[in-house]
Design a protein around this ligand. Structure first.
Ligand code: 1QQ
Length: 381
């Protein structure tokens, strides 16, 4: 009798342990999860914000239509960070205190993130960056994650491939010295170039909003570099490409860019002058990963033009956020969502199998692209 009771009690404890450890929490049907999306819809980074918004909208609508995701309904709240830190702060404060979001995706620029993310960290609100590639963003604290590969990871690979394929020996660098991303990209290029034994003939700067790059390009042309390395956001990058060719720097001198080049806006703005550009990326349109074809087709059908890397990282970001919410078993417990996010491993996304590093950065293989016939195509890996 005593034994029987013991056995029953034992079984009950086992079942309880199982229930807690499996955590197959189901949400009430239609349980809303508010995600704040701070994106650059205007200003210097507006070209990126537009496709990021599309990626987030598409993923959210797919999740909500499927309704199979434990009943979760994603409610994306979009707001414009205007590509400047102060507006990013306003948007973050609204998301955190008024909307009471479960987590925040964005802001678009590292330059804004390095300020806004401190607010989220202090408030205990998880942030999933989808396009910040500068050093130090996730070092702000343990609530800060990113699915965007850092320039420190991508650029050495770009330089290695460019050197192997083009035999580059000497370059000139042109970079924006007033932005966390363009400056960080410059640092990463400089390190990678010296590690690769490539000579730097000259380093020149510009500022966000500059339109005339002929003083720098004229000087640069006289140095006869094998390639020009540019760390810039897309508006300035487009001007540099067009003016370099107008000033007679031949197409045989390729321009190597950083993450800011990964937008179709570059090709649209610079036209012919964008041909032959070389840029490292976190994603390629023709990636054979099984989720990618669906994503590219669904995005193209809905928005009338194919996605870019920023759309892919945004789309992946929503699914990563959903996975964290599901694992946390809560639609609004920010601490539990943070903890679940840190556990994400080998999760299938359009970026490939996704895991965070111990430092909450993205961890997958970059690709090197070139522009050919008005399109980004794989240059090497
Ligand atoms: C950053 C970037 C930009 C190009 C994002 C759009 O990589 O600011 O970190």
């Amino acid at each position: 009798m005593k034994n029987e009771r013991f056995r029953k009690g034992y079984r009950l404890i086992l079942v309880l342990i199982l229930m807690v450890s499996v955590r197959s929490v189901t949400f009430a049907a239609g349980q809303e999860v508010k995600i704040g999306a701070a994106l650059s819809m205007t200003g210097a980074a507006a070209a990126y914000g537009a496709t990021q918004k599309n990626g987030i909208q598409l993923a959210s609508d797919e999740i909500n239509a499927a309704a199979g995701s434990d009943g979760i309904k994603i409610v994306p709240l979009f707001d414009d960070d205007a590509s400047v830190p102060q507006q990013g702060i306003n948007v973050y404060n609204k998301f955190i205190n008024a909307d009471r979001v479960a987590l925040i995706i964005g802001p678009t620029l590292s330059n804004t993130a390095q300020v806004t993310n401190r607010i989220a960290q202090q408030s205990g609100v998880p942030v999933l960056a989808i396009s910040n590639t500068a050093k130090g963003i996730t070092d702000i604290g343990d609530y800060i994650f990113r699915d965007s590969l850092t320039e420190a990871v991508v650029i050495p690979n770009t330089i290695r491939v460019a050197k192997e394929k083009l035999g580059i020996k000497k370059v000139a660098i042109l970079y924006g010295d007033d932005d966390a991303f363009t400056k960080g990209g410059y640092d990463a290029f400089k390190n990678a170039l010296s590690e690769a034994g490539i000579e730097i003939l000259s380093e020149m700067t510009f500022a966000k909003g500059d339109r005339n790059f002929s003083p720098q390009l004229t000087q640069l042309k006289s140095l006869n570099p094998d390639a020009i390395v540019v760390s810039a956001l897309v508006e300035e990058a487009s001007g540099i490409l067009s003016q370099a060719r107008q000033l007679g720097i031949p197409a045989t001198v390729p321009i190597i860019g950083g993450n800011g080049f990964n937008s179709p806006a570059l090709i649209k703005n610079a036209g012919e002058s964008a041909e032959g550009v070389i840029v490292g990326a976190a994603w390629n349109m023709t990636s054979t990963n099984p989720l990618n074809k669906h994503f590219v087709d669904a995005y193209t059908n809905r928005f009338g033009s194919p996605p870019d890397q920023f759309a892919a990282q945004a789309y992946a970001g929503v699914y990563i956020a959903l996975e964290a919410v599901k694992k946390a078993g809560s639609a609004d417990n920010r601490k539990a969502i943070r903890e679940a996010m840190a556990q994400i491993k080998d999760f299938d996304t359009v970026l490939g199998k996704f895991s965070f590093t111990a430092g909450r950065d993205a961890d997958h293989t970059p690709v090197v692209q070139t522009v050919k016939g008005g399109k980004f195509v794989v240059f090497g890996e």
